[in-house]
Design a protein around this ligand. Structure first.
Ligand SMILES: [Zn+2]
Length: 273
């Protein structure tokens, strides 16, 4: 199913591109794909089975918030999505703010263009931390196994969607960006300008960023430079170097020239095409 979503988005972003791409799409696709292989192994061997086993255990023993509340199935379904997506909002924020986690999440952000393949570009170390986070969230909230499965698939589909370089028709964008994190929003999160990166932390719903006043929609897509300011040299972003990146000395958030990256601010909160 997720493979189908990936191929559909690949087609849509090729047919209706959102941002200009500066680097070879094929080379990035291959690199992101190979980098994702150990990550996929972690997902298959740990990220799915461990939290699922915990969800079964918690359900049997009535451990966790939702397992104690006895809500109707539909209410529990809605509450699961809201709680889990909001918990992931915080987890994403933590991945940027805690230096140890940023070492790994940095690998994801060093992609020099962003498209649907960026959604697979995660260091397997980040996936391991993520497994621990998900397990804790599942036991704390008492998420039912079937709900966890539905949430997980939706979460992955949303991740594919907002990383894609698909230019949504503007009418659809105006409706969707009241509810979901769209490719335009997430593009701003991948900007080399730090205050733009420090916005749009959401995965499925954009409401948490509204709540925390971190939602930005005011940056025109073609003014965004995708990536991390200090890691702009393609030759430093080969597979081996990316896998080793978390264990190397981290560079400050500056351009290789030492300058702070910047762009001219636009009038606030207008939906920029
Ligand atoms: Zn991020």
């Amino acid at each position: 199913m997720l493979g189908g979503v990936f191929l559909t988005l690949l087609l849509l972003q090729w047919r209706f591109p959102l941002r200009r791409q500066y680097f070879s799409a094929l080379r990035r696709l291959v690199r992101n794909f190979v980098l994702s292989i150990p990550g996929f192994a972690v997902v298959r061997l740990a990220m799915l089975p461990i939290p699922l086993a915990i969800a079964v255990w918690a359900q049997d023993r009535h451990v966790g918030l939702l397992n104690c509340l006895h809500l109707s199935r539909w209410i529990a379904f809605v509450v699961t999505f809201l709680l889990m997506d909001y918990a992931y909002w915080w987890w994403h924020w933590v991945n940027h703010m805690v230096p140890l986690f940023w070492r790994f999440h940095n690998v994801h952000h060093t992609d020099l263009d962003m498209d649907v393949s960026t959604a697979a570009r995660f260091h397997f170390g980040e996936m391991l931390f993520s497994t621990a986070f998900l397990s804790l969230a599942v036991v704390f909230f008492g998420i039912a196994p079937i709900m966890l499965l539905v949430f997980f698939i939706t979460f992955e589909a949303a991740t594919l969607f907002h990383h894609s370089n698909w230019r949504l028709p503007i009418g659809l964008e105006r409706i969707l960006n009241l509810i979901l994190v769209t490719p335009r929003m997430h593009g701003i999160h991948h900007s080399i300008v730090q205050r733009e990166t420090n916005s749009n932390w959401g995965t499925i719903f954009c409401w948490w960023d509204k709540l925390h006043r971190t939602l930005r929609r005011d940056i025109p897509q073609n003014e965004i430079t995708i990536g991390v300011a200090a890691y702009r040299n393609e030759e430093e972003l080969t597979l081996g170097k990316l896998l080793a990146l978390p264990f190397r000395q981290q560079r400050p958030w500056r351009l290789p020239s030492g300058q702070e990256p910047d762009r001219t601010p636009q009038p606030a909160d207008k939906l920029a095409e």
